[in-house]
Write a protein that binds this ligand. Structure first.
Ligand SMILES: *Cc1c(COP(=O)(O)O)cnc(C)c1O
Length: 379
């Protein structure tokens, strides 16, 4: 099945009780049983809910996986993966991570005796060198937030497999329209469904998709035991979002390409970070593992002062100043004080995330209007 057909039909079966084409929002906490232990496959809504089930099947389908799991947020999905580990285990991960992931690793899981090694995931030698006998998980974000660095999923999955570790890929930035990590050897795909999957800035949710039944069973046990499940209305919203993911992503990619090139040619703009530029260090790998380059990018001004950046950040009208990304409307963000404020300044600067970096989530409006808005703000 081709991608558009797949996204529209994923997880959808007419509702068995009425034939409703959209899976209803099953607002119920429990299910009446005919006799003790005799039920219709639903016992208690933390464990199973029909709306969530439809979504979880859709998630698996769009990531070319066998099993999907929905969580109450992206970080709850990440949290569930980390709970596969035990004290003493080690994780190899990138030095340019979503701020909330970094905070979860350093401030929560380090306290439970898990050790994290942060490396440049663009360098296979660095990944290899960080692996030890205790490494049980490689956590890869590609493209990264906000510097758009690229990790080679197939090559890193080979390293993971040869060392008996799992590879989990945070696929939030690319979305399943642009990249399917399981096809390249990843064991787990993670999403903040809050972003492109939902796509309309109206829900917080997370997802995991896997192929291996034993791994699914472990993650389902954690989902049920720890309880970070999404409500049925939120599941409905993400299920609806998935139906137009391909249409939205096509426009995000078109607009992203136009704006990245426009920024690069602007006399006042310095470095532009976008993985679709042929001279981007990760371009060859991005071209190999992605179907397009998306609408996420960041840039610096030639006047590389925080004041100049702040002036741009507060002068756009169509680009709203806000955290988050992946919605239909364009957003502008200051990672140093917003999404990545939880990363110590020293760490940020060392990894190339300057105080004056500006991040854009290019929406699906008309590119000409977006460019006019940026032109006015940059001056
Ligand atoms: C937003 C985000 C997360 C966290 O997801 P929430 O839904 O906000 O909990 C994780 N990874 C990336 C890349 C993100 O952008």
């Amino acid at each position: 099945m081709k991608i558009a057909t797949k996204f529209i039909h994923a997880g959808m079966e007419p509702d068995p009780s009425t034939g409703a084409i959209m899976t209803p929002v099953y607002m119920t906490s429990t299910y009446v049983q005919e006799a003790p232990g005799v039920n219709k496959g639903f016992e208690y809504a933390r464990s199973q809910n029909p709306t969530r089930k439809a979504l979880e099947e859709a998630l698996a389908t769009i990531e070319n996986g066998q099993y999907g799991l929905a969580f109450s947020s992206g970080v709850a999905a990440t949290d569930a993966v980390l709970k596969l580990l035990a004290p003493g285990d080690e994780v190899v991960t990138g030095n340019d991570l979503y701020g909330g992931t970094y905070r979860l690793f350093t401030k929560v899981f380090e306290r439970f005796g898990i050790k994290f090694r942060y490396v440049d995931m663009g360098s296979l030698e660095a990944v290899e060198a960080a692996m030890s006998a205790a490494t049980k998980l490689i956590w890869l974000e590609t493209p990264t937030n906000p510097l758009m660095n690229i990790g080679d999923i197939a090559a890193i999955s080979n390293i993971a497999r040869s060392r008996g570790a799992l590879l989990c890929v945070d696929n939030t930035f690319a979305s399943p329209y642009l990249q399917n990590p399981l096809d390249n050897g990843a064991d787990i795909v993670m999403h903040s469904s809050t972003k492109y999957l939902g796509g309309h800035s109206d829900v917080i949710q997370g997802a995991l998709v896997v192929n291996d039944k034993a791994l699914y069973d472990q993650l389902y046990f954690i989902q049920k035991s720890c309880g970070a499940v999404p409500g049925p209305m939120d599941c409905f919203l993400v299920l609806r979002g998935i139906k137009t993911l391909h249409l939205r992503m096509q426009r995000h990619c078109e607009n992203g390409e136009k704006i990245a090139h426009w920024l690069r040619n602007h006399p006042k703009v310095g470095k532009v970070f976008w993985c679709g530029f042929e001279d981007h260090p990760g371009y060859a790998v991005a071209k190999k593992q992605m179907r397009g380059f998306g609408g996420m990018m960041s840039f610096e001004l030639k006047d590389n002062s925080v004041e100049a950046a702040k002036k741009v950040l507060s002068s756009t009208h169509l680009f709203s100043l806000a955290e988050s990304l992946g919605g239909v409307e364009s957003l502008i963000n200051h990672p140093a004080s917003m999404t990545h404020a939880s990363i110590p300044r020293e760490e940020r600067i060392k990894n190339g995330l300057s105080d004056s970096l500006i991040r854009l989530s290019v929406g699906v409006e008309d590119a000409e209007d977006l460019i006019e808005d940026l032109a006015r703000a940059i001056g």
